[in-house]
Design a protein around this ligand. Structure first.
Ligand code: NI
Length: 226
């Protein structure tokens, strides 16, 4: 399941992050942070993991995620690895690959990658190419979202970033361990959550909404690992 979360950051926040990224001199070869499989196909730049700017921006992204209800409903996050930042230009690309199942940064605790996430800092018209392509059982999905929007997709899927031949593409990317490991369970909970929200907003019978909300939480209680 791929879920588009719009406007995680507003246009002022995006502009501010983009400017600080462009001003930074701390860009390194993206191949430094992947295993052998990824290094063969990865051609991009990444903001140095240890740069102060990376920590500053990662905190801003995490704060924005924490106030986003749709993100929470879709991901049911248990742990989120501190976000990283990348930059594609001059033909930069990342060929088909899978993300590692267990991720770790520095001395932080390891997480199981259930969900991968890309948060876009450029509008689609700013660059040519650069689509995130996710391949799953339903086929290939091309994703190129407005600045400030993010996409969540299963870390188990094959995916790539098409070459950016004109302009440049700045983004943040990170991994999430969900409280609910099973993707089908997560999907049921998400659909139920969004339906309950819609029912409450459209004045449905209150007692029934309360009962459904109880069922949602009882399912989450069965499936959640914390
Ligand atoms: Ni990847």
């Amino acid at each position: 399941m791929m879920i588009h979360v719009p406007q995680v950051l507003n246009s002022d926040e995006v502009a501010s992050i983009r400017q600080r990224l462009l001003d930074s001199a701390q860009w390194v070869d993206g191949r430094q942070t992947v295993g052998a499989q990824g290094a063969e196909v990865k051609r991009n730049l990444q903001l140095s993991d240890t740069s102060p700017l990376r920590h500053e921006l990662a905190d801003e992204v995490l704060a924005a995620l924490a106030r986003n209800d749709l993100f929470f409903a879709a991901a049911l996050p248990l742990r989120i690895l501190p976000p990283l930042f990348n930059r594609y230009r001059d033909g930069g690309t990342y060929g088909m690959h899978v993300d590692g199942a267990v991720m770790r940064q520095g001395n932080d605790v390891s997480i199981r990658s259930d969900l991968s996430c890309t948060l876009f800092f450029n509008d689609p018209d700013d660059y040519e190419g650069g689509e995130l392509v996710v391949s799953d059982t339903y086929g290939e999905h091309q994703v190129k979202l407005p600045a400030g929007d993010l996409i969540l997709y299963p870390s188990s899927s094959l995916h790539c970033v098409n070459p950016v031949n004109q302009g440049e593409r700045l983004a943040s990317f990170f991994w999430i361990q969900s409280m609910v490991r099973d993707e089908a369970h997560r999907r049921l909970l998400f659909d139920m959550d969004t339906s309950i929200t819609r029912l409450s907003q459209t004045g449905a019978d209150r007692a029934s909404v309360v009962k459904l909300t109880g069922i949602y939480h009882n399912l989450l209680r069965q499936w959640a690992e914390t």
